[in-house]
Design a protein around this ligand. Structure first.
Ligand code: PMP
Length: 449
């Protein structure tokens, strides 16, 4: 497939075969699922190409929502996983160990930042986050967890309640989950806060100290914070440098635990193995998932210090976590990171994206902000650069124009995002941004602007 042209659209999506299946799916699937599916049905994936059943080939700039770090169906990782699956089949790793459990746990601790010394197994990112929160409450004996508006941590009860990416994601359940408070994510483009003189040096942490802890919650009831080091689903937002030391001090002052949700940022996406390394932050807990399985097998993990995980009375996990084959895939993924220049390529892609997006933002007044952190790339559309009023209509139109041209990006709640796999060649990313450029012009024309 990658030998041909990418992207290559032979029939505008949805093609006839996709359309037929999508219509039948709509009759039987949960409408909330069916309505959110893209307008084609996938036949296969390879590298950075996605082919649909009508023969269209798309350029993949989503990478399985950042769970495919090294290109689709990576041959070496797949081979390892299949071999181990044949040999071990399925067993519940909560009941019996296997030969990959110890090597993976030791390897994770060896590559993890700071004093993380314990590992618990998880099936995916959601479960890792859920488990981490239980550990936070158990380790501190305190009920409340601070989350950040704009953050996303999964759909299940606890993970969904910490996150607050958009209000509609919490429809029907967050109100039923006590024990969480939210503050705006330290978003340099949109923060409502400025640091006050004599404060912490960071407006968001000033707000927590001066307002949240003064009016809303006693710090002695807070177990800690859960934070994405860089917002992923919330649109590639990196906090300002001053935020991290202020947050770490806040946690120290009140004996809070700092849990980094590295489910999306972990395993190289930001140009570091883990995003907290960028700021030298040493979390007490870290949740992992997505890319950990090399884009081949589902797997997640919680890593923690002795203090935050040194007890045995919190029941965790689920049947399918850390299957031998998933562990083998994770080990092979880490081996590739250690032997191939993956992070170097991410940094090269970062530089490429920065240059190209700066030109894009110069060309189009409707672009309020462009953001790049490694292989997280976001473009935020606004109606007016001065007021920063969001323009979801334009963003949707741009996403559609991209799709018609064969570019698969992630139209998230706040921005249009490109999330290439970490091994994407530079010229392929340049090609994707050229399509985006063309698509913005086409979307503006289609909306009569
Ligand atoms: N945390 C973050 C930061 C995520 O981006 C996600 C998924 N997008 C999750 C947790 C949940 O992971 P999963 O959907 O794999 O369970």
């Amino acid at each position: 497939m990658t030998a041909g042209r990418i992207p290559h659209i032979v029939t505008p999506p949805p093609g006839p075969r996709s359309r037929e299946i999508l219509e039948r799916q709509a009759k039987v699937l949960y409408p909330g699922l069916a309505g959110g599916l893209g307008p084609f049905v996938i036949r296969r994936k390879e590298g950075y190409a996605v082919e649909d059943i009508d023969g269209n080939v798309y350029l993949d700039m989503i990478s399985g929502m950042a769970s495919v770090p090294l290109g689709a169906a990576h041959a070496g990782i797949t081979e390892v996983a299949v071999e181990v699956l044949r040999r071990y089949g399925v067993e519940d790793t909560h009941f019996y160990s296997h030969e990959y459990l110890l090597p993976l746990a030791e390897k994770l601790l060896a590559i993890a930042p700071g004093n993380l010394s314990r590992v618990d197994i998880a099936l995916n990112g959601t479960e890792a986050v859920e488990t981490a929160v239980r550990f936070m409450r158990r380790a501190t004996g305190r009920p409340i967890v601070v989350g950040f508006m704009g953050g996303y941590h999964g759909e299940a009860g606890t993970a969904g309640a910490i996150g607050a990416e958009t209000s509609d994601l919490s429809f029907g359940y967050r109100a039923l989950m006590p024990g969480f408070v939210h503050v705006p994510y330290p978003n340099p483009y949109r923060t409502p806060f400025t640091a006050r003189p004599g404060g912490t040096g960071d407006g968001t942490v000033d707000f927590i100290r001066d307002h949240l802890l003064f009016h809303a919650v006693d710090p002695r009831e807070v177990a800690g914070v859960v934070i994405e080091p860089v917002l992923g689903s919330g649109g590639c937002v990196a906090p300002p440098d001053a935020f991290w030391p202020a947050l770490v001090k806040l946690c120290r002052d009140f004996d809070w635990l700092l849990c980094a949700d590295e489910v999306k940022t972990g395993f190289g996406r930001t140009g570091h193995m883990f995003a907290v390394e960028r700021w030298g932050v040493e979390p007490d807990l870290m949740a992992l998932g997505k890319a950990m399985g090399g884009g081949v097998m589902p797997i997640g993990a919680v890593l923690g210090t002795d203090h935050s995980m040194g007890f045995d009375d919190v029941s965790t996990g689920s049947t399918w976590s850390w299957l031998a084959a998933a562990c083998a895939a994770a080990l092979e993924t880490i081996r590739i990171f250690e032997t191939e220049p993956i992070l170097e390529n991410v940094r090269e892609l970062d530089r490429t994206a920065r240059r190209a997006l700066a030109r894009l933002a110069e060309r189009f007044e409707c672009i309020g902000d462009v953001r790049t952190v490694g292989c997280f790339i976001a473009v935020e559309f606004v109606k007016d650069r001065a007021t920063k009023e969001r323009d979801p209509e334009l963003q949707e139109a741009v996403a559609w124009e991209c799709l018609r041209r064969g570019l698969l990006g992630d139209s998230s709640t706040t921005s249009y995002n490109l999330q290439p796999s970490l091994v994407t060649p530079v010229e392929v990313l340049e090609g994707a941004i050229a399509i985006l450029d063309e698509s913005v012009a086409a979307a503006l024309a289609a909306l009569g602007r």
